[in-house]
Design a protein around this ligand. Sequence first.
Ligand code: CA2
Length: 148
Amino acid sequence: MPSVLILNGPNLNLLGQRQPQVYGHTTLAEVEQQCREAAGPLNLEIQFEQTNHEGGMVDLIHAARGKHQGMILNAGAYTHTSIALMDAISSAELPTIELHLSNVHAREAFRHQSYIARVAIGVICGFGPRGYTLALEAMADHLAEKDP
Ligand code: CA2
């Protein structure tokens, strides 16, 4: 069964606990549960991770090579700053979907820039926690097209 790494970056551990007007009331543990429920019928296995550390994200992306068939990445604010994450994704040579809860294009100009988008197969943003299951569906379709 294909396996997908779902990797969450800095501050996303606070989901549902602070700034609900921006990021909603759903906690990251609830998002993980929704992903687990969606993955089964899509015939996907998932590894769900969160870290506040850029280097920790790089390590998890390196480890994904050979272990997973795809990655879904909400890199948080590192999306807008991290060439290291972009390079790590390129080196992993795995289809990667960039994901954001909020519509980053409707927010501050500094959130319009993404280093991840350059190396992603697609971007999903603005649909809140539903974005995670949308990304899983898109990844399942992508992997099925590649390896029917
Ligand atoms: O919309 C997204 O998913 C973001 O990746 C969230 C990042 C932000 O820097 C990106 O531009 C867009 C911030 C994550 C912060 O998460 C919090 C959740 C609850 C309370 C405080 C922060």
